[in-house]
Structure formats: structure tokens, C-alpha cells
Design a protein. Structure first.
Length: 925
């Protein structure tokens, strides 16, 4: 796909009507420091992100920001290298020319063509220009007639004006908006005004728990299910996910707030304690009735920012004014209800913050009073425009009375004299007024009963014909309409002046209204958390300053919805000194679910939610990284294993001592030697960090790694208990225990008990080969009979037999090429560990790539039964069936018998095995 097609598709996406919110994102990056600001074109909110460290090439903070807001328009100021990274992040072609999107800071950005603009800037000159532009903004809460010094003080208290990159990215954002006034007219009330800003949000990325995209997908935080129909591909619904389980919100703003909380888990301990305290209050039985009453109010809370933006841009429709008043009314009711509670019981909760808005220094009650006095909602429904109540403005009331008198006088004038010449039945004509058409003449007479020629001479025009009624407009009607419209326009202009004063008044107090509605949305989410906690018996987590994860009888929050779940306990702390946990267990034993359970419980703790466990204590984590899910696509230019390596590289580069790392079956996408090497190197890297070792959980099938890895004090080996049931089939008990799983069980008993073909695990003999050949020939004969019947039906039997004869002249398949059949001779190489205690057996046949390793006996005396030949223990089964045991040559059981000999056996392959079998000229070697 060409660059132009990619950009066109990007533009089409941004112009879709089904996108709920469109964001303009402005970035500024310099020397590993990132700052950002973005503008919501739907709610007209502006957000500022403090400067934070974001190193290339991973740009973990930038990717996290892109996932949270999914911008539709992008503005950036940075070096060419960072701009190239952005091009890659946007999935544009590698050969994209970044100069195509560059615009001078003093020229217009061609946003009508592209949704990407790269601003070049001169810091020394442009920094002051942007600072001056920011001080000219009209922010909510800023008095309209503020002095210059007061304006500067207010804006300095809102924006971090001491951060240079923040000023640059915000200045670029404002310039981009200014240059596209025609494209987004609803953002500006007039050509001279600043962009409308309904709310200012200041964020700090340092207080957020860091997660990458693969972690979100692996843990099923969100799960969008696409519509199966091809013409509804853009329609999605929520599948089985953490969001779907926690979503029991009553309001649309609550659902939106829940998405934001899940996308931005926090490390702010005070915020987490506030959420948990609110949930605890909601779960108390004596507060049940109050919670039900609050939820009935929350049903009426709507998106106040979206309502306000529609009112500002198109003067508000009927439903907008009603929704605005209803939202403010029920928000204030919630505040009053919270103020009526025992203040000691709601201390340090979200309810206390809402109760504070009933104090005299807050003005929400005044705003509600003003709306009640000004808005005439019934007349707004009837007239479909902004209408002021009677009694508010005496001048306006006089104009309305004058208009009504004029309308009555016009109606009393009767019909035109010309109507008598058209038809003598004057009673059949009526003089009416429509808001859309003005004054018209209506009749139920048929057109054939009228004097058409006389109507044409008197310039009577046909306006509208409905079922049974026909409407005309005479010259007299036009005169009356002109006079009437003039007075009506005067009234509308008067009401618009009141409208502008009302909008200015609301805008001054809009920040307070936004805060209340956001607190109501948060309360809706926390009540939803409490409902889920009561339903599934979740418990309150606690936080500690130490590096620790303690989960007693933890459960996976999603799996327990589908079937009965066996709880498990996890204890990782400094006393146990088990920060690197290696779990080795068979397939389908529950390893992956166990690790996801730990990650999800930690994630839920950092969103301020109760967790599925009897007891939970976690430290404030810096990040959660997983190597579980590998997204594969034919459009990617790398293999699945390369994607695994890139994920592991990000984990190693960005993890800290307070990171939680989940690694599931890393290295399985390549040769087992390379996989073991990468896995062992990664585990040892984390263990070698010392006090900076992250909390790590690793699962693997590579049992050989335990002979190669250097076990450290911080490492802990774990397995999942399995047993044989009454049918002799191995099944998992889904219980975690310390130690290693039986290695022999991995390769023989477990697969065989589940009826997996034995020939996958054992090498075939000649007898097995002949059995396979006979089965293969039987299948060929059956296939030939089917072909004969088919060809007989088609009348092509002669052609078929000619083909059979030609095929019979060919050599048999077993004679056309040489087949390496395995021989009956076998070799058993017994390899002890370092202390010559437990014995391991490597069995193989001629033609194998290497022996299979398994433990055969515990604490055997290697000196008694085997001979030590160059640090190898050897027993041979000869081809003639006899057994040869080497003579004892004084093997020292204390001698170091290196496990590295296993690697040598694999490398030597068949030739080394032939030497052991005695097939070489010198059997003694």
C-alpha cells in the first residue's frame, strides 16, 4: 500500500461519525524527555501531560499514551529521529518522507490534506511567542474581566509554565487549532475568539502504572468482539474481559470513567486509599438504602462537556438544555445526599468530596437557580430554540406582547378581498400562521372549484398541499410576514443576548460543574466495584512500601466466572527472598492461568478495586510486563520468535525493582538449544540485579535448563501437583508447590496417559515400520477402489486402468530412494550430576539427533555399577542381544562429572553414539 493510500485511510478513519471522541495530540520530545497535550473535539477539553522520561527506541510512555487516547490528529516537534519513530508507530511505510509533513511554525498547517503535521521551531524565538499565546486563553473559572496580572497568576496555577516542552507542545496545539478554524467551526464561537475550553486536565505520567499493549491483550483487560457481518465490521461489543465483568455502572459517564480507570492504573497511594474506602462504605449493610438512592440519581447524570459543547456551537437543541439542567440538578441532589450522611463515616471517601460542594463557597446551587429562572423548557420544546421565561426581562416581555397583538390583528383582518372574486364560499377559507411558512391562506376546496385565472392575476401562489387542505400565499400575506418577521427577529436577538450572558456565567463556573460530574462518574464506578465485590466475594487489598506480593487463596477473576476455580497462594517478599519464581509443570496444568491471576490481582489493586482473594498485600508497582501473548500477522516482517525477543528486550530495558514480570514459555518458538540459552540468560540477568531484582514469574517446559542454570538465592523452583485418576489418566490438581516436577512424567507417562501416539515419543523399529507400511498400503487399496467406482460412473474406466499400468511400471517407493530406517541396536548412556548422586539416563538409537534425558534412580552409587571413561558412564546393549559391562577402573565418586557432557552428546550426534556402540575400528575409544 502506498503512502498516499495510508494517509487517505487515516483521514477516512478520522472523519467517521462512529468515533466517539476525536483527539488532536501534540507532542514535543527532546533528549529522552517527552511532553504532550491533546484537545478533545467532542467535549472541548484540553489535557496537559507533564514532562516525563521516554527513551527511544521503545518509547514505552508514548505507546502507553497512544493506547489511552487513540488520537485522530497528530502534531509533533522533535528531532528527525523521533519523527521517524512516529512514522513507524503510525504504521506508515518505511520510506515515508517526513519532510512532506513538515510545516514552518510561522506558516499554516495543511490539515485539510493530512492529519499529521510536524512543526519545526526555534526555541529562542518561539518559546516566548507560545507563552504569550497561552496567557490569552479563556479558561473555565477565569473571571471575564480579569486584569493581566490576575490572568497570568490564574494560568500559572493551571498549566506548568516552568516546563519548556509543555509550553512548546501546547503552543503547537493552539496554532494547529487556529489554522483550522474553518474545519472545526464548533470549536470557536467567533472568528476572533479563542478556542472553547470547557475543562483543563493536568496529568503526570509518573503516577501511572506502566503497562504495554501486549500486557493489556494478554490479561484480557478489554476484549472487543467484531460483528460477523462484513458490512458491520466497525461495530464491536465487549467480550469476556475485566472491563465487562466490572461494568455495572448506571450512567454513560460512569462507563466512560471506568474505561479511563482501566486504561490508567495509578500509583498514587492517596487516590487508591480513597477508592478503597469508598467501596468499603458502600459494602456496609446500613448504607444499602443510601447506595440504592444514589444509583437512582446517577441514572440521570450525562456527559456535561458534550452537552455544553453542543449548546455553545448550535445554541442547544431541546434535549440539550433539558439534559444540562437535569444533570446539574441530580448532581446537586447527590451532593446534598452525601452532606446528610455522618461525616465521620464518609471521611476520606469520594462521598466527602461531593458533600463539600454544598458549602457556601461553591456555586452549583446558584447555577441551578439561574437555569431555573431563565430557561423555559416547555417553550423550548415548542419553538425549538432558546427561549427565556416570562418575567425575567420586562423589555423582552413587552416585545412578545406586541408580537402577539400583531398576530391577532392580522388574523382579524380576515381574508383578502381578492378571495371573493375567486370563490363566493368565503367560509371555506382560513387565515393561519406557521412558524416555517409565516401567514398563509388555507382551504378545503378542490382546485377545480377555484377561479384559477383570477388567482394568477392576483398573484396568489400555491404553497403547500396536504391531505384535504391546500395552502396559498397572497401579496398581503407577504407584507404581513415581513412585518411579523422583523419583530420576531428583534425578539430572537434579545434572547440571544441573554443566551450569551448565560453561557458566560456558566463558563465561569463550569470547572466546578465538571468536577462534580466527574466525582459522580467516579462514584458510579466505585459502586459498581462494590457490587462486583459483594457478588464474587472479593476482598480489600492493602499496600506496603516493601517489595512484596502476598496473595492468600487468590482466584482468576474471569476464569472463576466460567467454572469452579481452585484457589492458590502466592508469597513473595524479602524474608522469603524468592523474587524469581520458576514454575515447571506439564501442559494443561494451570501454569499460565496462575501467572495471569497474579498479574490481574496486582492490576486490580492499582485501579482501587477489591480483588478475588482471601487476603492481598502488594507493593506499589512501577510496571507490569508480560511475555505471554505474541501477536502474529502476515504483514509483519519478523517471525514469532523475533517478536518474542523484542518483547523480552522491552521487559529487560524498562523494568525496575518494583516491576512485575510474567514470562510464559519464552523460547519455544525456536530450536530448543537456543530457547534454553535465551531463557536461562534472561532469568540469570534478572537474578543478578541484586536488590534491583524485579518480581518475576517464569514458566517453562525446558527441564534441561535446571542442569545449566546457576541457581541463586533469589530463585525459587515451583511446580503444580498432578495425580493419576481412577482411569490411569494424569490430571492436574491446580495447586502450587515448591520443588520440581518428575522429569520422567513429562516425556512418557503424561503424554501416554492422555492417549497421545506413542510413536511420537519412541523411535520406530523395523517391525513398526512394516506395520506402518501395511497400514499405508491398505489405505491405498481402499482409495483405489473408490477411484474405480468413480471412474466407472464417468465412463472413464479404460483411462483409469492405463494410468494404473503406467504407475505399476515405476519402482516401489521404498526402492526409489534410500530410507534411514532405525536399527534395533540401542545405547544407554548414564550421566550423573555433579555429586554423582541422582542418575540420569540418555537413551537413543542410531539416526537420532540426541538422547532423551530422564532420571532413572535416586542416590545410586555410580562407582559400583558403571565405569568412568572420560567422565562418561556407559552401558551397552549389543546387537546380538548380549550385555557388555565395562570393567571397573577406579571411578572416583567424588570426581566432578560435568553436566556439560550432555551438550557434548547432543553436538556429537550419531557419530559419538556409534563410537559407544563399538562400530568404530577401535571400540576401546
Amino acid at each position: 500500500m502506498s503512502e498516499e493510500e495510508n494517509v487517505e485511510n487515516f483521514n477516512d478513519f478520522c472523519d467517521r461519525d462512529d468515533v466517539a471522541s476525536k483527539f488532536i495530540l501534540s507532542l514535543c520530545w527532546d533528549s529522552g524527555i517527552l511532553a504532550a497535550s491533546y484537545y478533545n473535539l467532542s467535549s472541548l477539553e484540553i489535557s496537559i501531560i507533564h514532562e516525563t522520561i521516554d527513551l527511544r527506541p521503545d518509547h514505552i510512555q508514548l505507546r502507553n499514551l497512544f493506547r489511552q487516547i487513540q488520537p485522530s490528529f497528530l502534531v509533533a516537534s522533535a528531532s528527525n529521529q523521533f519523527l521517524k519513530d512516529l512514522i513507524e508507530l503510525l504504521d506508515l511505510p518505511e520510506n515515508t518522507d517526513i519532510n512532506k509533513y513538515k510545516v514552518s511554525a510561522y506558516k499554516s498547517a495543511n490539515a485539510n490534506t493530512f492529519n499529521i503535521s510536524f512543526f519545526t521551531y526555534n526555541r529562542n524565538n518561539q518559546h516566548n511567542v507560545f507563552r504569550k499565546r497561552i496567557y490569552e486563553l479563556d479558561l473555565p473559572g477565569l473571571p471575564a474581566e480579569s486584569s493581566k496580572s490576575d490572568r497570568h497568576v490564574f494560568i500559572d496555577s493551571v498549566f506548568p509554565m516552568n516546563q519548556e516542552l509543555v509550553i512548546i507542545c501546547l503552543g503547537n496545539l493552539l496554532k494547529y487549532l487556529d489554522e483550522n478554524r474553518l474545519k472545526w467551526r464548533h470549536v470557536f464561537m467567533s472568528a476572533e475568539r479563542n478556542p472553547i475550553i470547557t475543562n483543563v486536565i493536568v496529568c503526570n505520567m509518573k503516577t501511572q502504572l506502566l503497562l504495554d499493549d501486549t500486557t493489556f491483550n494478554s490479561l484480557n483487560i478489554f476484549s472487543n468482539v467484531h460483528h460477523p457481518s462484513s458490512f458491520k465490521t466497525q461495530i464491536r461489543r465487549d467480550g469476556l474481559s475485566l472491563f465487562n465483568m466490572l461494568n455495572q455502572c448506571c450512567s454513560s459517564v460512569g462507563v466512560q470513567e471506568l474505561r479511563g480507570i482501566l486504561k490508567q492504573p495509578t500509583r498514587d497511594l492517596s487516590e487508591l486509599n480513597l477508592r478503597l474506602s469508598t467501596i468499603e462504605w458502600c459494602l456496609q449493610p446500613e448504607n444499602h438504602e443510601n447506595v440504592v438512592k444514589i444509583r437512582s440519581y446517577l441514572h440521570n447524570i450525562l456527559n456535561i462537556s458534550g452537552i455544553m459543547s453542543r449548546i455553545i456551537t448550535n445554541h442547544g437543541k431541546t434535549g440539550d438544555w433539558r439534559s444540562l439542567k437535569k444533570t446539574i440538578y441530580f448532581s446537586f441532589n447527590i451532593c446534598e445526599l452525601c452532606a446528610s450522611f455522618n461525616q465521620e463515616s464518609i471521611k476520606e471517601t469520594c462521598l466527602q468530596d461531593l458533600a463539600n460542594f454544598t458549602k457556601d463557597e461553591y456555586t452549583i446551587k446558584s447555577v441551578l437557580f439561574v437555569l431555573e429562572k431563565i430557561l423555559d423548557l416547555d417553550m423550548i420544546d415548542e419553538k425549538r430554540r432558546f427561549t427565556v421565561k416570562e418575567g425575567l426581562d420586562l423589555v423582552l416581555d413587552e416585545k412578545r406582547e406586541s408580537l402577539e397583538d400583531m398576530k391577532i390583528n392580522f388574523m382579524q383582518m380576515g381574508l383578502d378581498k381578492t378571495l371573493t372574486t375567486i370563490n363566493n364560499q368565503t367560509d371555506a377559507w382560513n387565515f393561519v400562521h406557521f412558524r416555517e411558512m409565516g401567514f398563509v391562506i388555507g382551504t378545503k376546496l378542490q382546485i377545480e372549484d377555484m377561479n384559477i385565472e383570477m388567482m394568477i392575476q392576483n398573484k396568489i401562489e400555491l404553497v403547500l398541499k396536504t391531505v384535504g387542505v391546500t395552502y396559498f400565499r397572497s401579496p398581503n400575506c407577504k407584507i404581513l410576514n415581513a412585518e411579523y418577521e422583523q419583530k420576531l427577529t428583534d425578539i430572537i436577538d434579545h434572547e440571544m443576548r441573554i443566551f450569551n450572558r448565560l453561557i458566560t456565567y456558566i463558563n465561569e463556573h463550569f470547572a466546578e460543574i465538571i468536577d462534580i460530574t466527574k466525582l459522580c462518574a467516579k462514584l458510579d464506578v466505585l459502586i459498581s466495584f462494590a457490587s462486583v465485590a459483594a457478588t464474587y466475594k472479593f476482598t480489600k487489598p492493602s499496600f506496603t512500601t516493601r517489595k512484596e506480593i502476598t496473595i492468600v487463596n487468590g482466584r482468576h477473576p474471569l476464569v472463576q466466572l466460567l467454572k469452579e476455580y481452585v484457589p492458590s497462594t502466592t508469597i513473595v517478599n524479602e524474608n522469603e527472598n524468592n523474587f524469581v519464581n520458576i514454575i515447571c509443570a506439564p501442559n494443561a496444568s494451570g501454569k499460565s492461568i496462575y501467572m495471569k491471576q497474579i498479574a490481574l490481582i496486582c492490576f486490580m489493586s492499582h485501579i482501587g478495586c477489591y480483588v478475588p482473594a482471601d487476603e492481598c498485600k502488594v507493593s506499589i508497582l512501577h510496571s507490569i510486563f508480560t511475555r505471554i501473548y505474541t501477536p502474529e500477522s502476515v504483514y509483519q516482517c519478523s517471525s514469532a520468535f523475533m517478536e518474542d525477543l523484542q518483547q523480552m528486550s522491552k521487559v529487560i530495558m524498562n523494568s525496575t525493582d518494583r516491576s512485575l514480570i510474567i514470562i510464559d514459555e519464552f523460547g519455544k518458538g525456536t530450536h530448543y538449544k537456543d530457547g534454553i540459552a535465551f531463557l536461562v540468560a534472561s532469568i540469570e540477568h534478572f537474578a543478578d540485579r541484586g536488590i534491583a531484582t524485579p518480581i518475576t514469574f517464569v514458566t517453562t517446559h525446558y527441564t534441561q535448563m535446571f542442569k545449566m542454570i546457576k541457581l541463586k538465592d533469589v530463585m525459587s523452583l515451583k511446580t503444580i501437583i498432578t495425580r493419576k485418576n481412577e482411569s490411569g489418566v494424569f490430571e492436574s490438581l491446580y495447586k502450587i508447590s515448591d520443588g520440581l516436577s518428575n522429569e520422567q512424567q513429562f516425556f512418557t507417562e503424561f503424554p501416554e496417559s492422555n492417549k497421545i501416539m506413542k510413536n511420537i515419543f519412541e523411535r520406530k523399529t523395523d517391525e513398526d515400520y512394516e506395520t506402518f507400511t501395511s497400514s499405508y498400503n491398505g489405505a491405498i487399496k481402499a482409495f483405489v477402489l473408490i477411484l474405480v467406482k468413480m471412474f466407472m460412473k464417468k465412463g472413464l474406466l479404460l483411462v483409469f486402468f492405463i494410468g494404473v499400468v503406467l504407475a505399476a511400471t515405476e519402482k516401489p517407493i521404498s526402492k526409489r530412494r534410500k530410507i534411514n530406517r532405525p536399527t534395533k541396536a540401542k545405547v544407554q548412556i548414564i550421566i550423573p550430576p555433579v555429586d554423582c548422586g541422582d542418575l540420569y539416563e540418555a537413551t537413543s538409537e542410531i539416526g537420532d539427533q540426541g538422547p532423551l534425558i530422564r532420571k532413572v534412580q535416586h542416590n545410586m552409587d555410580c562407582k559400583k555399577y558403571f565405569e568412568c571413561v572420560t567422565n562418561r558412564w556407559l552401558v551397552r546393549d549389543c546387537p546380538d542381544g548380549t550385555t557388555f559391562n565395562g570393567q571397573e577402573k577406579g571411578c572416583d565418586s567424588t570426581k566432578s562429572c560435568r553436566p556439560s557432557r550432555i551438550e557434548e552428546l547432543y553436538e556429537d550426534g550419531v557419530l559419538e553414539l556409534k563410537k559407544f556402540m563399538g562400530y568404530e575400528e577401535n571400540p576401546e575409544n
